[in-house]
Design a protein around this ligand. Structure first.
Ligand code: COA
Length: 329
């Protein structure tokens, strides 16, 4: 069995820090409410930095840590829901910025499950030999789709990017990717309306997605919460089982950092201690697909992981997507 090897990781988050206290100046909220309901304290919010720029900075950090040049990368895969252009892709902009001119590249949108979907996609390309070194980057500027007049969502989201250089390895790898669109309407952000001059009917939304204001992110928090506390343990269990392991074999779980209470509930369902779950939600908030690799890089930098450690990455989000992957450090 061939596994996936994380050669190095890197990250970038904007310097502009927004605290819970800062939100009390723009909406009716409190540090106490945000802390107890979500575990969040600070988010990094873009001060004009576009997604491609954050992605490129994270990518450079990962390449420096790997000790390899951008020309050695043959696949550039970016996960994002907040690209800067309809076209070109963020991957294209990153290639231009970091000089990875021997790579093909594309963007992948699986919302907050993006990093796990991206890791799995990278694995498939590595397995066939179509790529030898993949630079996987997850980058998000959620602040540009956040409605800062809506207290129920605006306090939750932050910006940032993180990257991993991936190659084929000898350890374990398995994954479980899923999507259930029955409830896709509980979490979404619409693109711009079609205002073409040949339309006689004007803008139509024949999708029944009615909750959002303009192109801002809409979320039915309670519905997403219910989905998340079921989806996360299910994805972890399935990926671990497929790897031929049991939950007690797992050293660390890196979950999507949407809410500390979701992780606590999932830990209880799985019968695992919270110490196995790596968390940084207090310092970043929810950064969608960037949240898992931001956490991976922070703990990697601290020297948390050792060869042979069995790690699970798990995400859930719009779509509704959910996914987990097991790999060996
Ligand atoms: N500050 C103060 N009060 C707030 C608030 C805020 N920022 N946001 C909402 N409230 C209020 C609500 O208006 C509501 O008031 P009411 O009882 O008078 O109607 C009350 O707090 C409770 O709201 P509720 O939505 O039930 O809170 P909750 O305990 O479910 O927590 C979330 C809300 C969003 C934190 C929680 O539902 C959640 O984490 N959902 C999942 C989010 C998620 O994972 N999203 C990303 C998926 S990728």
């Amino acid at each position: 069995m061939k596994g996936i090897k994380v050669l190095a990781t890197g990250r970038y988050a904007p310097d502009n820090l927004v605290t819970n206290e800062d939100f009390t100046k723009i909406v009716d909220t409190s540090d106490e409410w945000i802390t107890t309901r979500t575990g969040m304290k600070i988010r990094h919010i873009s001060d004009g930095e576009p997604t491609w720029m954050m992605a490129s900075k994270a990518a450079k950090h990962a390449l420096d840590n790997a000790g390899i040049s951008a020309e050695e990368i043959d696949m550039l895969l970016v996960t994002t829901v907040t690209g800067d252009f309809y076209s070109p892709s963020v991957a294209s902009m990153v290639q231009r910025e970091i000089g990875a001119f021997h790579a093909f590249g594309m963007d992948l949108n699986a919302a907050c499950s993006g990093f796990v979907y991206g890791m799995d996609t990278a694995y498939r390309y590595l397995l066939t030999g179509a790529a030898k070194k993949v630079l996987l980057i997850s980058a998000e500027t959620l602040s540009k789709i956040t409605d800062y007049t809506d207290r129920s969502t605006c306090v939750l989201f932050g910006d940032g990017a993180a990257a991993a250089v991936l190659a084929l390895g000898d350890g374990i790898y398995s994954s479980y990717l899923a999507m259930d669109a029955h409830d896709a309407h509980v979490l979404y952000a619409r693109t711009h309306d079609n205002l073409n001059p040949f339309s006689t009917k004007g803008t139509q939304h024949p999708d029944g997605f009615t909750g959002a204001k303009d192109h801002f992110l809409y979320m039915d928090g309670r519905a997403v919460y219910k989905f998340a506390v079921k989806a996360m343990p299910e994805a972890v269990e399935r990926a671990v089982e497929q790897a031929g392991l049991s939950l007690s074999d797992i050293d660390y779980i890196i979950p999507h950092q949407a809410n500390i209470r979701i992780v606590q509930t999932a830990a209880k369902t799985l019968g695992l201690p919270m110490e196995k779950f790596l968390i940084n939600v207090a310092e970043y908030g929810n950064t969608s697909s960037a949240s898992v690799p931001l956490c991976l890089d922070e703990y990697n930098e601290r020297g948390t992981f050792h060869p042979g450690d069995k790690i699970v990455v798990v995400g859930f989000g719009a779509g509704l997507t959910y996914a987990a992957a097991v790999f060996e450090w």
